[in-house]
Design a protein around this ligand. Structure first.
Ligand code: CP3
Length: 374
């Protein structure tokens, strides 16, 4: 598949693509834009492919198919970042944990809730060869990287991983919809914290290794997702989420100090309104991805002690879905005005794009950002 458009002639002062330049703190003439979960569910061309390749694992683990889907939002909107079509669960089988995703997007994993199960099933990093067992991920990234350099050099290639707590919530619960209801992981926190710590530790080491594999295969930025950590109260967050976020970020930085890292947590009772922004900035990331429950200008104030940390965000995905277009345009312009002239800012949504979002709405968002001059 060919890449056809590169957005409105943005040129950065360096030879790096726009989004990567911004993430590194360089001054550019417009704000870069992409959308979380842009590859897949909301696009018509994606739904056509689903008919041909019915399971998510087929689509995400067949290099040609995954590459085609990754490029669809670039072809359609000229977004500034292409994200690998994959999932946070994709490296699990290489770690010894098989998973399945049904037609309706429901996750199935045989849950791990005891030390015996953990020791028997979750492999440690020294026993894992991602290069062999996730070779399709490296293959897609290498091809995307080569293709973008040739036909769309202004576009940045984004890789991603799930952080230990969010991954553990799937391992322990074994199913979808963990969001606000994870009874079994809460039980482990209270009754058997050592088992949970052992699981989080193994996941952290494995994820560092997997993220580095993505970087070595061509990913220029890595976004790390701790989507469900906003549902965990401060005490348990400090015990089970934060230390492992830091460990992953710092482990990646040790091996690839020049690859920018973006961190994201979904809105939840303990993260909404910017309550976890400082904690996220403290992990050592380059950019914090802000949800839509707070204005970016206020987020910037909350992070006044973290001047070197950039912001990504934060149009409400529901507004993007429902419109009207005038409102999408004016809300987007307000966000842009709020960050005007600031370094290290990336436009995105406050959470993933919703499946039933009309493509013309997404196009309106991207074009509004790309025609705004900083
Ligand atoms: O939404 C977030 O909070 C982002 C983090 C996240 C991803 N996957 C990243 C992703 C989370 C929490 C998941 C878990 C997951 N995996 C779910 C949510 C289930 C739940 O508990 O609510 C689902 C449905 C999957 C499986 C999956 N992942 C499918 C079926 C698809 C393709 C179609 C779709 O829904 O987009 C994905 C793609 C996916 N998951 C991407 C990312 C970053 C693809 C790249 C992109 O477009 O961003």
């Amino acid at each position: 598949l060919l890449v056809s458009s590169t957005g409105t002639g943005a040129s950065s002062s360096s030879s790096s693509p726009l989004l990567l330049s911004v993430a590194r703190g360089e001054t550019v003439d417009r704000v870069p834009v992409w959308m979380m979960r842009q590859a897949g569910r909301h696009m018509n061309v994606y739904r056509d492919l689903v008919k041909k390749y019915p399971t998510f694992r087929q689509r995400s683990e067949t290099p040609d198919v995954s590459r085609t889907i990754s490029l669809q939002p670039l072809d359609r909107y000229g977004v500034d970042g292409v994200i690998l079509f994959s999932d946070i669960l994709t490296p699990l089988p290489a770690m010894g944990i098989d998973f399945d995703i049904s037609e309706g997007g429901k996750i199935k994993i045989v849950p791990i809730q005891t030390r015996e199960a953990l020791e028997k099933r979750l492999r440690r990093v020294s026993k894992i060869d991602f290069r062999r067992e996730c070779n399709f991920v490296g293959a897609v990234l290498e091809e995307l990287s080569r293709g973008l350099v040739q036909s769309s050099p202004e576009t940045t290639l984004i890789g991603f991983v799930g952080l230990p707590f969010t991954l553990a919530s799937y391992l322990v619960e074994g199913k979808t919809g963990v969001g606000d209801n994870f009874p079994n992981i809460r039980k482990l926190m209270e009754e058997n914290p050592d088992v949970l710590h052992a699981m989080l530790s193994l996941l952290a080491d494995n994820i560092i290794h997997y993220a580095c594999y993505q970087i070595e295969s061509g990913a220029q930025i890595i976004q790390v997702f701790d989507s469900w950590a906003g549902h965990i109260d401060d005490e348990y967050y400090g015990l089970f989420c934060e230390p492992y976020q830091r460990r992953v970020v710092q482990g990646m930085k040790q091996q690839h100090p020049d690859t920018p890292i973006i961190i994201y947590m979904a809105p939840g009772p303990y993260s909404s309104g910017g309550r976890r922004l400082k904690a996220l900035a403290e992990t050592g990331v380059d950019i914090v991805s802000v949800d839509h429950t707070i204005d970016l200008s206020i987020a910037r104030e909350l992070l006044s002690d973290y001047d070197s940390v950039g912001l990504q965000g934060n149009l409400d995905p529901q507004l993007l879905r429902d419109g009207p277009m005038d409102e999408i345009r004016s809300r987007t312009l307000t966000i842009l005005e709020n960050i005007r002239g600031r370094k290290k800012c990336i436009l995105n949504l406050g959470h993933g794009i919703l499946p039933d979002t009309p493509e013309i709405h997404a196009e309106c968002f991207v074009k509004t950002v790309q025609s705004f001059r900083n």
